[in-house]
Design a protein around this ligand. Structure first.
Ligand SMILES: Nc1ncnc2c1ncn2[C@@H]1O[C@H](COP(=O)(O)OP(=O)(O)OP(=O)(O)O)[C@@H](O)[C@H]1O
Length: 345
């Protein structure tokens, strides 16, 4: 659906050239929700703006539905952009227009009849749950409601793709959850492909099928959200995954525990697979697992949990138990003294 190949973008800053994007390639399939995560300055905004050519790349191709947008005439680019809606962190609403007009005004410019405009506005304000707010002004709305208006405005052009530029970054956690639920609904019920950028791992975790991690203008890791959670390869990716968990074990306690066995982090999918597997190994092998810390979090389609466990026993028995757990789809990582007092996972 979206294929970016070899995208490069350099800005001339006061201190010299800034290489915002260095040979970035990624592809988003029809119907999926794809997230790009990275810290501030990684190049996410520049990347997403290249998809509808709000930013023109210096090199590389931007294919949307197999058409390279960088090769289109101004007129054909305008038409192609009709397939791509966009929402922003700051909502970008007209302050002096009502909710209704914020959605209706851009539609009127597309040449639709008055009746068609009315039908579209009603339909999409209903989908975002704002049918009671037609006459309200943006100043009378909460942040979440403003983002809903922006989403209705983007959807009213009936795009196949929705680009989301940090759409939940200005919202509180509960409102963020509600907007993420709305994006899931739009994806599922309207079949809209979503490409989003964010610096929050919980956004990726809750709704994304696949994720790319960016740093210094490059994609440093890419894959299914589930795979990135279980086996992050790059240290920056690990930091993002760990930001969702906070297992803190004091150094002296960890040193004591490691004398009588081994401390390890178990990662698993599904609500209950961690603890039953532990009960099983304590029965099967001569070891005593003791849960030191644990948490569970919801990915898009399943839950993902982590337990930090002290295995008391002889090293050979502990190794057998760990092998058994790994065969049972539980990922096991040893925790050493260097991890003490810091987040481990
Ligand atoms: N128009 C511009 N002129 C000069 N430099 C720019 C411009 N736009 C972006 N940059 C620089 O390019 C780099 C990448 O910026 P970009 O906004 O894409 O990153 P980001 O990951 O979206 O960060 P943030 O989350 O802070 O927006 C930064 O160093 C930024 O200062």
């Amino acid at each position: 659906m979206i294929e970016l190949a070899g995208i490069t973008k350099t800005f001339q800053g006061k201190q010299g050239a800034i290489h915002a994007l260095k040979n970035v390639s990624l592809s988003v399939k029809k119907g999926e929700i794809y997230g790009v995560i990275g810290y501030s300055g990684a190049g996410k905004s520049t990347l997403i703006r290249c998809v509808n050519l709000l930013e023109k790349p210096d090199a590389g191709s931007v294919k949307v539905k197999n058409v390279d947008l960088t090769k289109l005439s101004t007129n054909n680019l305008r038409k192609a952009r009709g397939d791509i809606g966009m929402i922003f962190q700051g909502f970008n609403l007209l302050k002096t227009a009502t909710v209704y007009d914020n959605v209706a005004l851009p539609l009127k410019l597309t040449g639709l009849s008055k009746k068609e405009v009315e039908e579209r506005v009603d339909k999409y304000l209903k989908i975002v749950g704002l049918e009671q707010k037609h006459g309200a002004y943006p100043s009378e709305l909460s942040g979440g409601q403003k983002q809903r208006v922006a989403i209705a405005r983007a959807l009213s052009h009936e795009p196949e793709i929705l680009l989301s530029d940090e759409a939940t970054s200005a919202l509180d956690p509960d409102t963020t959850e509600a907007i993420l639920d709305l994006l899931l609904k739009i994806n599922k019920e309207l079949g809209i492909t979503i490409l989003l950028i964010t610096h929050e791992m919980n956004v990726i975790q809750r709704i994304c099928d696949r994720v790319a991690v960016m740093e210094n203008g490059e994609v440093i890791e890419e894959g299914k959200t589930k795979d990135i959670f279980t086996a992050p390869k790059h240290s920056t990716t690990r930091k993002f995954v760990n930001s969702l968990f906070s297992h803190k074990i004091p150094a002296d306690i960890l040193a004591n525990l490691n004398e009588t066995g081994q401390v390890a982090t178990l990662s698993f999918f599904g609500e209950s697979s961690g603890e039953p597997a532990l009960a099983m190994v304590s029965k099967k092998f001569d070891i005593y697992p003791n849960i030191l810390s644990g948490s569970i979090t919801q990915l898009k389609n399943e839950s993902f949990g982590q337990l930090v466990v002290h295995f008391k026993g002889e090293p050979s028995d502990i190794q057998k138990a760990i092998k058994y757990l790994e065969n049972d789809q539980v990922k096991v990582e040893g925790v050493n003294i260097n991890d003490a007092n810091t987040r481990v996972s």
